[in-house]
Design a protein around this ligand. Structure first.
Ligand code: SAM
Length: 277
C-alpha cells in the first residue's frame, strides 16, 4: 500500500517510522511519502493560509499550495506504478472513523492524506479532487484537534495492522473490539498474563481451567459486561439474533431485556427497573 501525507509539519509524522507501521515500512508492505506543503509556496514567508471569505475568526488554507502538492504527489505515485488513489481528509465534520472504515481503507492500494491546520482547507480543493478519486472526509472523534496530523497517525495505524502479513498473528484482529461483520459488536473484555499473582491480585479462575468452552463463555460474559457499561449504544444496535441463551441470561442479570414488541427477536434495551452493576 502507498501512503502520501501532505502537511506543514512533516516532523509530526515521525511516529510512522516506529513500531508496527515502521516495521511494515521496513518490510516494504507500506510505502510512505511525507510531503512538506510549504515546498509549494513561492513567497518569502512560505504562506499557506489567508483570511476567510465572509469574515470570521481564523485562517483558511490556500488552494494553490494544496493543488500543486497533491498534483505532484499523485504524479509521482502514478509514475511509480501506483493506482486508484483515495483522498483521506481528516476533519471534525467528517464521517466517524470506525473499524469498518479502517477495513474498507485497508483494501485500497493508495491513500493520500490532507491533514490541515487553522480552520481547514479551501473547499474547492476537496471538490476538485473529488472529481478524480473517492474522497473520505473522516473524523476521529467528537472533539477538535489543532491539526489533522494526529488523525493521520490514528487512521494509518488502524489501517496498517489490517494489511496482510503486518500483524504477527493474523488472528489477532479478528477478535478485536469492533471487528466488523459480527452481528454483535461487543467490546473486548479484560486480558491477563503471567505472573499468576501480582500485588495480591490473582487471575480469574476460569482462565486457568484449561476448559476452552468455559473460557469462551467467560470472555463473552466479560465482553457483555464491559459493553453494557461503556457502550450501551452498541448493545441497542446489535442484531438480537446474535445473542444466544447464555448471552440473554447475562444481559438479564445486567438489567437488559428484549423489546417485547419485537418478539421473537426484540432488540435489547436497558430495563427501567435495571439492576445496577
Ligand atoms: C482546528 S481544526 C479545524 C476545525 C474547524 N473549524 C471545524 O470545526 O471543522 C484544524 C484541522 O485539524 C484536523 N482535525 C481537528 N479535529 C479533528 C478530528 N476530530 N478528526 C479529524 N481531524 C481533525 C482537521 O484536519 C482540521 O482541518
Amino acid at each position: 500500500m502507498r501512503l502520501d501525507v501532505v502537511t506543514i509539519f512533516p516532523e509530526y509524522l515521525e511516529p510512522l517510522n516506529v513500531s508496527l507501521v515502521g516495521k511494515a515500512r521496513a518490510r516494504g508492505q507500506l510505502d510512505v511519502h511525507v510531503h512538506d506543503l510549504r515546498d509549494w509556496t513561492y513567497d518569502r514567508h512560505n504562506t499557506v493560509d489567508d483570511t476567510p471569505y465572509g469574515g470570521g475568526p481564523g485562517m483558511v488554507m490556500k488552494t494553490d499550495p494544496w493543488g500543486e502538492a497533491l498534483d505532484s504527489a499523485l504524479a509521482d505515485g502514478y509514475e511509480t506504478g501506483s493506482h486508484a488513489p483515495a483522498l483521506i481528509v481528516p476533519t471534525p465534520s467528517g464521517r466517524p472513523f470506525t473499524q469498518e472504515l479502517a477495513v474498507e481503507l485497508s483494501e485500497r492500494p493508495w491513500l493520500v492524506f490532507t491533514p490541515a491546520r487553522y480552520e481547514g482547507i479551501d473547499r474547492r480543493v476537496i471538490d476538485e479532487y473529488a472529481t478524480r478519486m473517492p474522497v473520505y472526509e473522516v473524523s476521529i472523534g467528537d472533539y477538535v484537534l489543532a491539526g489533522g496530523e494526529a488523525a493521520v497517525l490514528v487512521v494509518t495505524e488502524a489501517v496498517a495492522r489490517l494489511l496482510p502479513g503486518v500483524l504477527g498473528n493474523a488472528e489477532s484482529h479478528r477478535d478485536d473490539s469492533f471487528a466488523p461483520g459480527a452481528m454483535a459488536n461487543l467490546l473486548e473484555g479484560p486480558v491477563y498474563t503471567k505472573p499468576p499473582r501480582w500485588r495480591d491480585r490473582g487471575i480469574p479462575e476460569t482462565l486457568l481451567s484449561g476448559h476452552h468452552g468455559r473460557i469462551a463463555r467467560w470472555r463473552r460474559d466479560e465482553a457483555l459486561k464491559r459493553t453494557t457499561a461503556n457502550r450501551p449504544d452498541l448493545i441497542e444496535r446489535c442484531d438480537p439474533k446474535a445473542f444466544d441463551k447464555k448471552d440473554r441470561e447475562m444481559l438479564s442479570i445486567l438489567g437488559w431485556a428484549p423489546d417485547p414488541a419485537g418478539e421473537p427477536y426484540g432488540r435489547f434495551w436497558r430495563r427501567v427497573d435495571g439492576v445496577e452493576e
